[in-house]
Each structure stands twice: as structure tokens, then as C-alpha cells.
Write a protein that binds this ligand. Structure first.
Ligand SMILES: O=P(O)(O)OC[C@H]1O[C@H](OP(=O)(O)O)[C@H](O)[C@@H]1O
Ligand SMILES: Nc1ccnc(=O)[nH]1
Length: 506
């Protein structure tokens, strides 16, 4: 064991990492990526070792933001460190890499180590990759979901709780800020939590954060649902299924979201708030998580079965994901478009149809509307302005940012129009290319960054007309996004030369 003086390093590294001087590391027999226990005043945490010759002096320990905050240390404090073993869950991850089925206890151990930050980013990334390639059966998925719930807090409401969730994968998917207030305006109780972006350029949590505080405590969620009927918050901020956000953290840069992880991630969040009934959105289309009907059915049946195992009645909606929902992509632009829809302004048909289809299913599940009449009722509630009122109540109860109208939403200061190289009809809109461009422009972290589509599939364009506009919070990222856009050409025009493949001799 060594006692070392803390030197805080103001960098977020996404996990518990420390830096030791080469000599101190040698004394303890430590190498880079080994683990140590770090202890101070009864607090003990596992951390991953990095080694430096000169940045950290002998007798010092460099502590990055995450571990400094967890251990509550300032410069000059002392901590004790000692080498420790790799957790057993690394062996279980390897078992999955080799394609074996995991037991309930092994899965619980992995999830517990994820929650306790005992796994390095490398190990966590291997876990996600192993699940993507090897998959999990329904038993493993159920155990994983329950482990995710049991390693966090849960909320018990005294009334019937409704919920809604999308598996994501289609850009511009801002159905929730419209569907949730419609259902809440009709009297349903919906404590909705969302993830941040996983494969897209804006998750519901990212876009809600433009308008309100999404970091609520369990008690705040309970109080606000009691008072106004619904919340729209970020799951990662509350201790509800806390493993989820840590897994999302490594899925995001990889842009992958394995089937059984989607099931566990969504359903753990629903179980943690005690949902009794829920609607699940499955966007289907090329370049989404669900390319065809067969995959959509598999998702729907697996979700329904997992729902049954957890005591949640679930109805799935397979929705059109062949191109973005609405015309806006990126947190602020999507928040603005959702508000425009709530204000009754003219927005894309696809957005209104999708949001009211889903809200209608919730109204029917809640026995507020007869079967087959939910959608019309949802449209009436939207038209009446009651959903807008409810939405403002929700965002004000969570913490007002002073945004009351769509015009108040701040969007990217820099923008560039992309023009059509020729006349014709739009034949292909590439979800993936649009996400790549929006992410290059800075979304989802730069809230104002993203894309507004001026043209969508089957629409006619003249030569030189604006196809879409890219927004960014910084000029450098805008320039980069324009470069990528010109390379990827996300909108194809019928008759357009798609690619020229020269002969070897050319
Ligand atoms: O599209 P990508 O980024 O893969 O999926 C992540 C999004 O999907 C879910 O949707 P919602 O909360 O029901 O809107 C998550 O909560 C998150 O907002
Ligand atoms: N993996 C996930 C996909 C969509 N939503 C989630 O919350 N999680």
C-alpha cells in the first residue's frame, strides 16, 4: 500500500482512471491498465492505472475528474492505493465473447461492476461488442433487465403508470415531446425517462435539455408526475437503472445498439418507474436498427414477451423509418420543431401522424379512447392547444429555461445551404449520412447543431434549390460538416449519376 498526494487533472475520461509516477508504479508492480483500490476516509473505489514519467512526481497521484468527484478530493489531499485483482466479470465477458450462455449470477455480477465503475472502457466496449455479435436469449435478457433495475432505485406510484419508448435509430424522432403531453392532458400518468443519442444525432433527453432541466431526482419525478401528470427527463441523471447510461456511453461512439441491450435498456427504465402499460415505437426502414418486417416482428415479439416477464403490458408500433421524422435533425432544431407542432403550426405530416398514432395507442391502452378512436382523440387534443399547455407545465415544473414559444429556441449561429446539382425528384434520403453530417456539425453535444431538410423523399427540386441547411455552433465544425455532406450526398435525385466506377485502365 502507498500513500500519495492528490493532483487533480481537469479532464473527463469517461471512467475511474488515475496516473502514477513510473517509480511508484514499479514499487507496487503495476502496469498500465492494471487496477488499484483507492481509499480515503472510508471511501474505496477501484481505478485503472496510467503511468507517467514526468507529469506526475513521485509520491503524487493524478486523478481525473470522475474519480476526484467520487472520492471528493482536492489538490494536496492524501489517498492510499493498493493493487487489486481484475473483477470476475471480465471472465464472464470473455465467456460471452466465446459465444457461451451466461448465468443469472454472472450477468448480475457484470451489471453490478458496470454500476460500480469497476470495468475499464475497453472491457465495457468488449461486453457491448460481444452481445452485438453473440446475442443473448430471452432468459439472459430478462436477467440483465432485472439486474439493471435491482442495481438502482425504483419508484412506486399509487396509481396506474403509463409509459412510451422508442428503440430509436431514425433521425429526427421527436415524437415524445408531442405524444407524452397529449396523453398527460387526457389524464394519463407518464414518468418518461429517455436516453441521450445512441445511434442518432439527438436523443429525446438531448432535445428536452434545450428546453428544461432533465436531471431530476427520483423525488422530483414523483412530485411532478403527481402534480402535472408527466415528466420528460434523462435516465442517466437519476439512479433508475444506472447501468444503462454507462452502457450507452460506450455504445454512442461505436454507433451500435445490440438487440438484447435495446430490450434491457428500454425495459429496465420502464420497470424502474413501475410502468403498468406501455407503447413501444419500432422505427423500420433502410439504415435504421430495423431494416425489414421480419426484424421488426422479432423486436415486437421479444419486447412483448419481456414485458410479460416483468409484468408490463406492452403494445408495439412498427413505424415508418425510411427517412427522418419531420424535417429537423439535432437537439435544438428538433426541440423547435416539436414546439411548432404543439403550437399548431404547419410542420411535416410525418411528425404529426407518428406522434398522434402513438399518443392514440396510449389513450386506448388507458381506456380513455375506444379501440380505433385514440388517434382522432389525440389529434383533437393537439389541435385544442391542451397538449401545448401541458408541455409548458411539464418543462416549467422541471425547471424553466424561459422558453415559452418555438421562436425562443436558440439554434446554431452558423449555417450553410446545400443546393441541388440538378432538377428532379428526391429518390433516396440516407438516414446514416444525415446523422453523420449532423454529428460532424456538432450534434448532439453542441445543441444548436443539426440539419433542416428542405426536401424529402419524392419531392421535386429545381436545379440550384436548397436541399437542406446545416447548422452549427462553431464555424470550424460547419465547414467540416459541409465537406462531409458534399462527399456523402445524403439526398439522391432520381436519374442522378450515383457513382462512377472507372475501368482499371482509366
Ligand atoms: O435513435 P437513437 O439515438 O439510437 O436512440 C436513442 C433514443 O431512443 C429512445 O427514444 P425515446 O426516449 O423514446 O424518444 C431513447 O430514449 C433515445 O432518446
Ligand atoms: N438502447 C436503447 C435504445 C433506445 N432507447 C433506449 O433507452 N435504449
Amino acid at each position: 500500500m502507498l500513500e500519495l498526494k492528490v493532483k487533480r487533472i481537469d479532464i473527463e475520461v469517461g471512467g475511474f482512471e488515475i496516473i502514477l509516477n513510473e517509480e511508484d508504479a514499479k514499487e507496487l508492480g503495476l502496469h498500465p491498465q492494471d487496477r488499484v483500490k483507492v481509499a480515503r476516509r472510508g471511501l474505496i473505489t477501484t481505478a485503472i492505472v496510467n503511468i507517467s514519467e514526468s507529469m506526475i512526481k513521485r509520491g503524487e497521484i493524478g486523478m481525473f475528474i470522475e474519480i476526484s468527484e467520487k472520492m471528493n478530493v482536492k489538490n494536496g489531499d492524501t489517498v492510499k492505493i493498493a493493487p487489486t485483482m481484475r473483477p470476475m466479470s471480465v471472465d464472464y465477458i470473455k465467456k460471452k465473447i466465446y459465444g457461451e450462455k451466461l448465468t443469472k449470477d454472472e450477468i448480475y455480477e457484470i451489471i453490478k461492476d458496470i454500476v460500480d465503475d469497476n470495468l475499464s472502457t475497453i472491457e465495457l466496449a468488449s461486453y457491448v461488442t460481444a452481445i452485438q455479435i453473440r446475442g443473448m436469449d430471452m432468459d439472459e435478457t430478462e436477467w440483465m433487465t432485472k439486474a439493471m433495475v435491482d442495481t438502482g432505485e425504483t419508484i412506486d406510484f399509487e396509481y396506474t403508470v403509463f409509459d412510451v419508448h422508442s428503440i430509436g435509430g431514425v433521425p429526427g424522432n421527436k415524437y415524445a415531446p408531442i405524444a407524452v403531453p397529449i396523453a398527460a392532458a387526457a389524464g394519463l400518468k407518464i414518468p418518461k425517462t429517455s436516453s441521450r443519442a445512441i445511434s442518432s444525432a439527438a436523443g429525446t433527453a438531448d432535445l428536452m435539455e434545450v428546453l428544461t432541466n432533465v436531471r431530476l431526482s427520483v423525488n422530483d419525478i414523483r412530485r411532478i408526475v403527481d402534480e402535472v401528470g408527466a415528466t420528460l427527463t434523462w435516465g442517466g441523471a437519476v439512479n433508475l437503472a444506472p447501468a444503462d447510461d454507462k452502457i450507452v456511453h460506450v455504445e454512442y461512439p461505436l454507433g451500435i445498439d445490440p438487440h438484447s441491450q435495446v430490450l434491457a435498456s428500454v425495459m429496465a427504465k420502464k420497470k424502474a418507474v413501475g410502468a403498468n402499460f406501455m407503447v413501444l415505437d419500432i422505427p423500420m426502414g433502410p439504415e435504421t436498427k430495423v431494416p425489414d418486417e421480419k426484424t421488426a416482428r422479432k423486436y415486437a415479439m421479444d419486447f412483448i414477451e419481456l414485458g410479460e416477464r416483468l409484468g408490463i403490458t406492452l403494445e408495439a408500433a412498427v413505424t415508418y423509418g425510411g427517412q427522418p421524422i419531420g424535417r429537423a435533425i439535432g437537439p435544438a432544431l428538433e426541440a423547435r420543431e416539436a414546439m411548432q407542432a404543439l403550437e399548431g403550426r404547419r410542420v411535416s405530416h410525418s411528425l404529426i401522424e407518428k406522434a398522434t398514432d402513438i399518443a392514440g395507442m396510449l389513450l386506448e391502452l388507458g381506456n380513455i379512447a375506444e379501440r380505433g378512436e385514440g388517434k382522432d382523440m389525440a389529434k383533437d387534443i393537439l389541435k385544442s392547444g391542451k397538449a401545448r399547455e401541458k408541455f409548458l407545465e411539464i418543462i416549467n415544473a422541471q425547471g424553466s429555461r424561459g422558453i415559452e414559444k418555438s421562436e425562443d429556441v436558440p439554434i446554431g449561429k452558423y449555417k450553410a445551404d446545400i443546393h441541388s446539382p440538378e432538377e428532379g425528384y428526391i429518390s433516396i434520403v440516407s438516414n446514416k449520412a444525415l446523422v453523420k453530417i449532423a454529428r460532424t456539425a456538432g450534434a448532439p453535444k453542441d445543441k444548436g447543431a443539426g440539419i433542416i431538410l428542405n426536401k424529402k423523399k419524392s419531392e421535386k427540386t429545381d436545379k440550384g434549390e436548397v436541399l437542406y441547411t446545416i447548422y452549427a455552433d462553431s464555424k470550424a465544425k460547419l465547414d467540416e460538416a459541409v465537406k462531409i455532406a458534399k462527399m456523402l450526398k445524403p439526398l439522391k435525385i432520381e436519374g442522378m449519376l450515383l457513382e462512377r466506377i472507372p475501368s482499371y485502365k482509366a
